[in-house]
Write a protein that binds this ligand. Structure first.
Ligand SMILES: [Zn+2]
Ligand SMILES: [Zn+2]
Length: 340
């Protein structure tokens, strides 16, 4: 009897399992069906159901070619042959949010990380959609999960600054870590500065230096600058001015405007290095070429005082104006005084 019972049980298990599996498959298939029920209208960008958009009346699947403006239902434009996918990508890259929105929403819906990042920013700022921090975070996180470094960095900065979301340094660090894992030099630099200042993590100079080094190796010249500062102050390493100067130079040669500006200041003022106005002005010029407003202002000042150059008010004004145009407040004030 006992034996028969176990036989029966085995028999049941044998048939029950495949039956359960079939049922599960059926359920999941019907779920997938319901998810696909809704669609994104390519005319107005709103979510629609049924055969036409309830907002604008557009047909399901209809799209307007971004190249020639022809309306289509097929997978390629009947007029110019452009593929629907390519047309959508073109439309989504339009710098005018209203024009880009339907394509952005449609591509985001299909999981495109670039479109998800853009839609996240729309939700953050309330462009084309009602402002919604929860949706913004969701879009940015999904974009990040799909490998978008820019999305993790963007979300990290939102948490860092407390913009649209509540300020949360720990969450910011988490986002930077995800971007760093994807090989982002910028994220490594952020992590370095978090460890240096102890924001979102316990302060740890050794960790800070490790991340700055990784960032520098990955190609962020500003990371050499942060390393140089650690050597200058003896933060986590033995104080060493020569190493600091070497790293400032590495940063400058790698294209860091800040480092060029700082070297300019060091040579002009003779701190850490023997004073050398010609070299100082050279570094200021390099920094100005890289867009550094402070160096433009400093060059204006050098011409105004005849510091290492022949005094020229015209040249001074030219540099002050340049600096003012990039939004340097001090230069704006000085320019207004002298331009009269
Ligand atoms: Zn519509
Ligand atoms: Zn076309």
């Amino acid at each position: 009897m006992e034996y028969l019972k176990t036989r029966m049980m085995k028999y049941h298990v044998k048939w029950l399992l495949p039956l359960l599996l079939c049922l599960l498959l059926l359920i999941s298939a019907s779920c997938a069906e319901t998810v696909r029920e809704g669609w994104i209208c390519l005319n107005c960008g709103q979510e629609a159901g049924g055969d036409t958009c309830s907002v604008c009346g557009e047909l399901r699947g209809a799209w307007t070619c971004a190249e020639c403006g022809n309306r289509n239902l097929s997978s390629a434009c009947r007029n110019c042959g452009k593929q629907k996918k390519v047309s959508l990508a073109l439309q989504a890259a339009d710098s005018r949010p209203l024009a880009a929105f339907p394509a952005v929403r449609c591509l985001a819906d299909s999981g495109d990380p670039v479109a998800l990042l853009r839609l996240g920013r729309y939700y953050e700022k309330g462009i084309c959609v009602p402002q919604d921090a929860g949706q913004a975070v969701l879009c940015l996180r999904t974009a990040g999960e799909k490998g978008s470094v820019a999305a993790w960095l963007y979300l990290g900065r939102l948490y860092d600054a407390g913009v649209a979301v509540e300020q949360d340094y720990e969450l910011a660090v988490g986002c930077y870590r995800r971007a760093a894992d994807l090989g982002s030099a910028e994220a490594c630099w952020y992590l370095g500065s978090c460890y240096e200042e102890g924001t979102g993590v316990e302060q740890d100079y050794a960790e800070a230096i490790g991340f700055y080094r990784r960032s520098a190796e990955l190609g962020d010249p500003d990371a050499w600058m942060s390393l140089a500062y650690c050597y200058l102050r003896g933060n986590g390493v033995e104080e060493n001015t020569d190493t600091a100067l070497e790293y400032y130079r590495k940063a400058a040669e790698g294209g860091s405007a800040l480092a060029c500006d700082y070297l300019g200041y060091l040579y002009m003022s003779g701190s850490l290095v023997p004073q050398d106005t010609a070299q100082g002005l050279d570094w200021y010029r390099k920094a100005a070429d890289l867009g550094c407003a402070r160096s433009m202002y400093a060059l204006g000042y050098a011409y105004q005082c005849g510091q290492g150059v022949e005094l020229s008010m015209a040249e001074a004004l030219r540099w002050y104006e340049k600096a003012a145009l990039t939004g340097y407040p001090l230069a704006q004030q000085v320019y207004e005084v002298f331009a009269e």
